[in-house]
Design a protein around this ligand. Structure first.
Ligand SMILES: CC(=O)N[C@H]1[C@@H](OP(=O)(O)OP(=O)(O)OC[C@H]2O[C@@H](n3ccc(=O)[nH]c3=O)[C@H](O)[C@@H]2O)O[C@H](CO)[C@@H](O)[C@@H]1O
Ligand SMILES: C=C(OP(=O)(O)O)C(=O)O
Length: 423
């Protein structure tokens, strides 16, 4: 099994380019099922999750071509299957995002029920509530969710929580429904707006994406479209923390500054200098960070996907910080691994109390999920000795070439694959 090895490094320096957003490209690839014409996607990150969603599309009958490292063409003219099997859905929960487009396109979808994962039980009740409101009949059994509808009819759907996935799935189901659909208390994440922009290029009529009320007027047919995926704000945030934790000077290039506001604000509260540039952000740190309190919230609040990385930073802050995780009920699996490296963290329900320490020490640790893995790498950069991270397949789900990007900034990091060093 591959491992990532990190050795104590000096201050990181230089420029790193952010790849396209994982959480945008996954629903956008799913949405390409809605058209019978070719769709061309650019800035597609080379990630394991992208490979999985492409496998799902292919299993449904779509023709998926990788034109080069960052461009994919999808031709979903011949969809001849409406079932996404367990083997693919268990590799990636976001496979469930094909349910909305399949239902809209074929009137039928059968998707293996996504399970929970290391961060929570992650139910899909809100997705199903939306499909039912649009007139689909839902059946659950033998580990599958089945949705059927002769015709989808627009409706008003209030989401009890602004779920990102439910907003996306319902939006994709509604674009070809008869009449008007309104999603209330919708998620406002930039990835929702990116998906809506792609759908509108395909001929959909969606207004209000990026606010809590999305209005969709159904159309009969969608055409092909070309779209460039937005930069990944979580990857950007991770490199911003890498600069801060290593007392470095890093320019994170290819970003949308607005999407980074919560991370920029918290880094500044920590005493880190953040200079906003045109499409880039420069992060300069010279001192130990100050302790800060953080509460994760749906966008535009502080993202849960940055919680673990900031916990790494606050582990070496001057003072006591409190982190409150409100989005997922069980997103503290990384804490026991961070403690193995010397972090002093106590969990009290949804809160974590972090007593900042002057330094940490390397240890063998396990990436319990994607962002947990990123947090361990960040700690490894400043820890005495060697940090050996296992279960790195989680990290490969969401970070393009993380070792190379960090190595180019001066980090001592490499991957061991079958006992060989490899980059
Ligand atoms: C591929 C993708 O885009 N993943 C992101 C997406 O996940 P995902 O779309 O799964 O996250 P949601 O916004 O749906 O989940 C947020 C909360 O809502 C709950 N919930 C969700 C759906 C539902 O039907 N019922 C329900 O109770 C979840 O259990 C969780 O507690 O948004 C999360 C929250 O920003 C991010 O951490 C993930 O990186
Ligand atoms: C939780 C995450 O992703 P997913 O929803 O794909 O598990 C993440 O990107 O941190």
């Amino acid at each position: 099994m591959a491992k990532i090895i990190v050795e104590k490094s000096g201050p990181l320096q230089g420029t790193v380019r952010v790849s396209g957003a994982k959480n945008s490209v996954l629903p956008i690839l799913a949405a390409s099922l809605l058209s019978t014409e070719k769709c061309l996607l650019e800035e597609v990150p080379a990630l394991r999750d992208v490979d999985v969603i492409c496998e799902v599309l292919i299993s449904l009958g779509a023709d998926v071509k990788r034109l080069d490292r960052e461009r994919i063409e999808v031709n979903a003219l011949n969809i001849d299957n409406f079932e996404a099997p367990y083997d693919l859905v268990r590799k990636m929960r976001a496979s469930f995002l094909v349910m909305g487009p399949l239902l809209a396109r074929t009137g039928e979808a059968r998707i293996s029920m996504p399970g929970g994962c290391a961060i929570g039980t992650r139910p899909i009740d809100l997705h199903l509530k939306g499909f039912k409101a649009l007139g689909a009949k839902i059946t659950i059994g033998h580990g599958f969710v089945e949705a059927k509808a002769d015709k989808l009819i627009g409706s008003t759907i209030y989401l009890d929580f602004p779920s990102v996935g439910a907003t996306e799935n319902i939006m994709m189901a509604a674009v070809m429904a008869e009449g008007e659909t309104i999603i209330e208390n919708a998620a406002e994440e930039p990835e929702i707006t990116d998906l809506a922009n792609f759908l509108n290029k395909m001929g959909a009529h969606i207004e209000g994406a990026g606010t809590d009320t999305i209005r969709i007027v159904g159309v009969k047919k969608l055409k092909g479209a070309k779209h460039s995926v937005i930069p990944d704000r979580i990857e950007a945030g991770t490199y911003m923390v890498a600069a801060a934790i290593s007392k470095g000077d890093v320019t994170v290039d290819h970003v949308v500054i607005d999407h980074l506001k919560p991370m920029i604000a918290k880094l500044r509260e920590c005493g880190v200098e953040v200079i906003e540039q045109d499409g880039a952000v420069r992060v300069i740190a010279t001192e130990r960070p100050k302790a800060v309190d953080i509460k994760t919230l749906p966008y535009p609040g502080f993202p849960t996907d940055m919680q673990a990385q900031f916990m790494a930073l606050l582990s070496v802050a001057d003072g006591t910080s409190v982190m409150i995780e409100t989005v997922f009920e069980n997103r503290y699996m990384h804490v026991s691994e961070l403690k193995r490296m010397g972090s002093d963290i106590k969990i009290e329900g949804r809160s974590a109390i972090i007593e900042g320490k002057e330094g940490l020490h390397g240890a063998p640790v396990k990436a319990t999920d994607l962002r947990a893995g990123a947090a361990l790498i960040l700690c490894g950069i400043i820890s005495e000795g060697i940090t050996e991270i296992s279960d790195v397949y989680h990290i490969d789900r969401g970070y393009v070439n993380i070792e190379k990007k960090l190595k180019d900034l001066g980090a001592n990091i490499y991957r061991i694959e079958d006992d060989n060093k490899k980059f």
